[in-house]
Design a protein around this ligand. Structure first.
Ligand code: MRU
Length: 362
């Protein structure tokens, strides 16, 4: 997608043909800084510290992390150890495990002398496939926005949570791909952007990428969604996902479940957009079986922003002695999800729905 007219991706291989370039998302929206990753350790740090984040992008960067590891040592045990290091960086998004397993399978079946070349080839495929899947999600989801425009005869208001835009994928996004596609088709639309405390991915990242691409949007506090829905100011909600079970339960950024409850109470369609790499076919019950990442309390007790003197500052917002807890994701049961938008089309959030799009998994 575009930053002020210039196309960008969220991860790419450097001009030297081997180092991995990323946008440092911890610096947005204050500055657009690119980082150059040259080692497995730097790739693992980038994922753990959320310099890159968003389920599909984590998977792509982990795949490139294995390329960097292979440059140092192509032995199978070394590659498996590197994959274990990368897998431990973040627990909830299943795309990480998916990408690493795919890379390891390909590398185990490759002679050692070819492993570096094949690793870059496979990581490149993972990245390109993610772009194509996001583009397809955009097409399948844009139809929902077009239908809302025809039904209401006015500007369509879409609510989204966290950042599931191009910054969370290699390009286009998941939840925001339908928004960008509808925007490019000339549909009059506006996005309500949940700020998404504690890390503010909505306020910092979604607002930034929508603004840079020219899409109308308004940032709202996380608590505003129910109120907006009661007043008919949300035509549909579209969120991303970090892991979806074979039964259609959805793990996504903390607060997603509350938005789904409010949407259900107000008969607002609540859609979840995801590539198939986010599906975890090994589990059915999301609440029991999806590991929920617990992050540092400091993400809750502080906020970072631009101070009046222009510097970027982190300030404490809670009393010094108050403990804080920071579960980073929650699970929305399938019964609260109107449907799933995948690269193969839309389906019900259920085993039957998913099997209709992915019969090879039935
Ligand atoms: O903790 P994050 O910022 O990696 O969480 C990201 C989200 O929850 C996204 O909404 C999700 O990964 C969907 S991404 C396309």
């Amino acid at each position: 997608m575009k930053i002020d007219g210039t196309p960008y991706r969220s991860v790419w291989v450097d001009q030297d043909g081997w180092a991995v370039r990323i946008i440092d998302q911890t610096k947005l929206p204050w500055s657009l800084d690119m980082l150059r990753l040259t080692t497995l350790e730097e790739a693992a740090h980038a994922i753990r510290a959320m310099q890159v984040r968003g389920a599909p992008l984590i998977g792509a960067v982990a795949a490139y992390g294995l390329c960097l590891a292979a440059r140092r040592d192509t032995a199978t045990e070394a590659l498996e150890g590197a994959a274990a290091t990368l897998a431990q960086t973040r627990p909830t998004a299943v795309n990480l495990r998916w990408a690493l397993e795919r890379m390891l399978t390909r590398l185990r079946n490759t002679v050692r002398g070819e492993r570096v070349r094949v690793a870059y080839d496979e990581a490149g495929r993972i990245a390109e496939e993610d772009v194509e899947q996001s583009r397809a999600i955009g097409r399948h989801g844009a139809a929902l926005i077009e239908e809302a425009a025809q039904r209401t005869g006015r500007r369509v208001n879409v609510l989204t949570h966290c950042n599931a835009g191009w910054l969370a994928t290699v390009d286009w996004g998941t939840a925001l791909a339908p928004v960008y596609t509808a925007f490019e088709r000339g549909i009059d639309l506006h996005v309500w952007v949940d700020e998404t405390r504690p890390r503010n991915q909505g306020a910092a990242l979604t607002a930034w990428e929508l603004g840079r691409h020219g899409v109308a949007h308004t940032v709202v506090s996380d608590n505003a969604g129910g109120h907006l829905m009661q007043r008919g100011q949300v035509d549909l909600a579209i969120v991303g996902a970090d892991r979806v079970t074979r039964g259609g339960d959805v793990a996504n950024k903390i607060g997603t479940y509350l938005k789904a409850l409010a949407a259900h109470d107000n008969a607002v369609p609540f859609w979840v957009a995801l590539p198939s790499s986010t599906l975890d076919w090994s589990i059915t019950d999301g609440i029991a079986d999806i590991p929920i990442e617990e992050r540092a309390a400091s993400e809750v007790t502080t906020v970072t922003g631009r101070a009046m003197d222009g510097s970027v500052a982190t300030v404490r917002v809670t009393p010094k002695d108050s403990p804080a807890a920071n579960p980073a994701f929650d699970v929305t049961p399938a019964r609260l999800v109107s449907g799933l938008i995948t690269e193969r089309g839309r389906c019900a959030a259920s085993a039957e729905g998913l099997h209709s799009l992915f019969p090879e998994r039935a």
